[in-house]
Design a binder for this molecule. Structure first.
Ligand code: UFG
Length: 345
């Protein structure tokens, strides 16, 4: 049984990936520092799969602890999620982002070198493309300067991995996610960040549940069909599946380059207003919203061409936007229910 380390495995995408890895027969070990997650996620993974993953609470900046971990655990492949991801916060606290996202990555790569681990999957983002000149975006679309320190840590991460894999003869894949949405079909895993959500879907679901008064739509003066910005919303379960395929691709040595890039998106662009409408229609609800100014650092439009992932990884998105909107809402409702539950003693 191949042993796979998932860093940040209690986060939104990471937790979904842990589940599909276990279901595919991998032995999963999680490292997480709870910076944007909770131990409850570990229990929920166990409720879904019946398998308790090994878990280590480690901040990847702690070189000594990282080294101790790798010394004691034989790992066949690493999927690296652990990173800060709030775009706005990264503008306020750039050094925290550079230190956390890059130092964590460097420590993991150094351990790969020291403990002869060959395979690495990096959690990257469509933000590395900036405002691309052409839609849909293919992997060869030239990268523009990322707007936020968060986006820059992803672009720099890819550069670091590229140099590292060449020099050390390692194999890596960088998965560039577009906008992940939805939740696990058990509604036990989903997008639950601490604090006020930055992203559109959790803001919508929290507005629906009454936690937020109204949604603020950032900008209605973009050159799009209804004036609001276009993104590619792709279901988190589909994104999770791509990680298993990417891992198998590396383990079976199907890669031609030391580092390969794949876009993971639905291939369809939706405006913010279309997403509100899709959510309302899927769940028979009304979302109160107002229009305000553009959010700093936002781009007008991004959606993916995922044909490379389809051809090489045999991946394609399966979940409709309607289903993602439903599961996102079911997850939010379940969160609320649990908050009011009095624990049994
Ligand atoms: N939006 C609103 N109101 C909100 C939140 C978002 O109108 O309250 C709009 C945004 O302006 C944007 C769209 O909804 O047009 C999507 O915004 P998100 O914040 O959900 O996602 P982004 O496209 O900004 O994606 C960014 C980075 C990704 C990163 C993601 C998660 O580009 O790389 O945030 O942090 F993964």
């Amino acid at each position: 049984m191949k042993k796979i380390l998932v860093t940040g495995g209690l986060g939104y995408i990471g937790s979904h990936v842990v589940v599909v890895l276990q279901e595919a027969g991998f032995d999963v070990t999680i490292i997480d520092d709870f910076s944007n997650s909770s131990i409850k996620v570990l229990e929920n993974i166990f409720l879904i799969t019946g398998i308790k993953p090994s878990f280590f609470e480690i901040d990847l900046k702690d070189k000594v602890k990282v080294d101790t971990f790798f010394k004691a655990n034989k790992i066949d492949g690493i999927i690296h999620f652990a990173a800060y991801k709030a775009v706005g916060e990264s503008v306020q606290k750039p050094l925290d982002y550079y230190r956390n996202n890059l130092e964590g990555l460097l420590n993991v790569l150094e351990s790969m070198e020291q403990y002869q681990i060959d395979n690495f999957i990096f959690s990257s983002s469509c933000s590395v493309y900036g405002q691309a000149d052409q839609m849909p975006i293919i992997e060869k679309t030239p990268l523009k300067r990322a707007e936020s320190p968060y986006g820059k840590t992803k672009a720099m991460g890819e550069e670091i991995i590229s140099d590292f894999t060449k020099a050390m003869n390692k194999n890596a894949i960088s998965l560039r996610y577009f906008n992940p949405v939805g939740s696990h079909k058990s509604y036990l895993l989903g997008d639950k960040s601490s604090g006020i959500p930055n992203n559109l879907l959790p803001y919508i679901t929290q507005t629906a549940s009454g936690l937020r008064e109204q949604l603020i739509v950032f900008g209605k003066d973009y050159e799009t069909k209804d004036g609001t910005a276009i993104r590619d919303y792709v279901d988190v379960n589909d994104i999770a599946d791509a990680h298993v395929l990417a891992l198998q691709y590396l383990l079976h040595k199907k890669n031609k380059d030391k580092l390969e890039f794949f876009n993971l998106g639905s291939g369809t662009g939706s405006t913010v207003l279309e997403i509100i409408e899709a959510f309302e229609r899927a769940n028979n609800l009304k979302i109160p919203y107002t229009i305000s100014n553009r959010r700093e650092g936002d781009i007008q439009e991004a959606y993916a061409d995922f044909s490379k992932a389809k051809e090489k990884l045999h991946w394609q998105p399966k979940t409709s936007l309607e289903i993602s909107m439903k599961t996102a809402w079911e997850f939010e409702k379940k969160l609320k229910e649990n908050e009011f539950k009095i624990p049994n003693h």
